[in-house]
Design a protein around this ligand. Structure first.
Ligand SMILES: [Zn+2]
Length: 359
């Protein structure tokens, strides 16, 4: 897509024509690793001016975003895993509105929700919880076993695996498809290398409300859960909540979680009046049944982890023994649930909490 100047209007004042240029940072330069075919996102319209942006797979983007178009500006919930992905969304938003992006919310500190912050210029406020700012400012989003598994070691492992797969394949459409996946991973590696972590410019500890035209946009910290600083974005009139990873379509990642707190936090989420949930991962959904599914998943996980821990079983062995198969009915789309065991990062985290390494 080419850069362009968004022209707000042509005014004639006293015979003098004034070209008013919208002061949006519309000329964002294309960051490294942002070459892709077609659209990087599906912009699923939930209501007038409210979209759920879900990656198409043409570019590795990380999380979903929510896009809220207000009377004069746009608010974007989450900025993805790289500047390339954030740039791609900002460009695509121009297909539905010419209003400038003025607010970006980081629902939490994870790289796949906050590593695109840098593409937004100084006229965009990045808003997040105080904890999120602290973690991003301290470099915690690029450290630790979660980032290592998904990015530092994860991307080279994907590239190696796809390269090996291609070597053994005959020429044809199947091989071309794997080649394309490899190229997406190579771009992701390039895009990740360009990340310069930028923490939020505005923070909250409990709540904050933005009044933009007719919209009331509440940013709420309901308690610890997926991380220590999850913020949900709630539009009471429209009955929509963008939930980040506090509540996702499938079971959310546990590697940086505060599992014992999470259930009470979900009860507070349930107390809000909403119809639509726009999650950080997976498709948008309606209703509150998934809160019950996830609470049941968390309670079961914690009970099993604690029992194994208390009987002296190592975290590695506990990860093999914990059996989450009974939740497959609630999460049929999660292939890992067909096997015994859970992602060991969730168990390591549980052990950190049980042994007091994390308060
Ligand atoms: Zn997350």
């Amino acid at each position: 897509m080419t850069t362009r100047i968004a022209v707000l209007s042509l005014l004639v004042l006293g015979g003098v024509a004034l070209l008013i240029v919208r002061p949006d940072a519309a000329q964002r330069p294309r960051p490294p690793g942002a070459e892709f075919k077609g659209d990087a996102f599906r912009l699923n319209k939930i209501q007038d001016g409210i979209y759920h942006a879900v990656g198409t797979g043409a570019l590795s983007v990380g999380c979903n975003a929510a896009v809220i178009v207000n009377a004069d500006d746009v608010l974007v919930v989450d900025s993805h895993s790289t500047p390339a992905a954030a740039w791609a969304l900002a460009e695509q938003i121009k297909t539905v509105t010419d209003k400038p992006i003025r607010y970006v919310i980081n629902t939490h500190f994870h790289w796949d929700h906050a590593h695109g912050n840098q593409v937004y210029g100084p006229d965009v406020e990045i808003i997040g919880h105080e904890f999120t700012r602290r973690m991003l400012a301290a470099g915690e989003s690029t450290r630790g076993r979660s980032y290592d598994m998904f990015v530092t070691s994860g991307i080279p492992a994907q590239i190696a695996q796809l390269t090996k797969q291609i070597d053994g394949m005959p020429d044809g459409p199947a091989k071309d498809k794997v080649r394309e996946q490899l190229s997406i991973q190579q771009q992701y590696r390039e895009a990740s290398a360009a990340v310069k972590v930028q923490p939020p410019t505005v923070t909250l500890t409990d709540s904050m409300t933005l009044y933009r035209g007719g919209r009331e946009i509440r940013l709420l910290f309901l308690g610890r859960g997926h991380t220590g600083g999850d913020v949900v974005v709630y539009l009471p009139k429209e009955r929509v909540v963008a939930s980040g990873d506090l509540l996702t379509a499938g079971p959310s990642y546990l590697g940086d979680a505060f599992v014992p707190d999470w259930s009470a936090t979900l009860d507070k989420l349930r107390a809000l009046d909403f119809d639509w949930v726009l999650p950080g991962h997976g498709e948008a959904f309606q209703g509150k049944a998934r809160i019950d599914h996830f609470k049941s998943y968390l309670a079961d996980f914690w009970q099993q982890a604690k029992k194994l821990h208390d009987s002296g079983v190592s975290a590695e062995e506990a990860a093999r023994q914990i059996d989450m198969r009974k939740h497959i009915a609630d999460y049929p789309e999660v292939p890992a649930l067909k096997d015994v065991g859970v992602l060991n990062h969730g168990v390591y985290r549980a052990y950190d909490l049980l042994e007091g390494r994390i308060q």
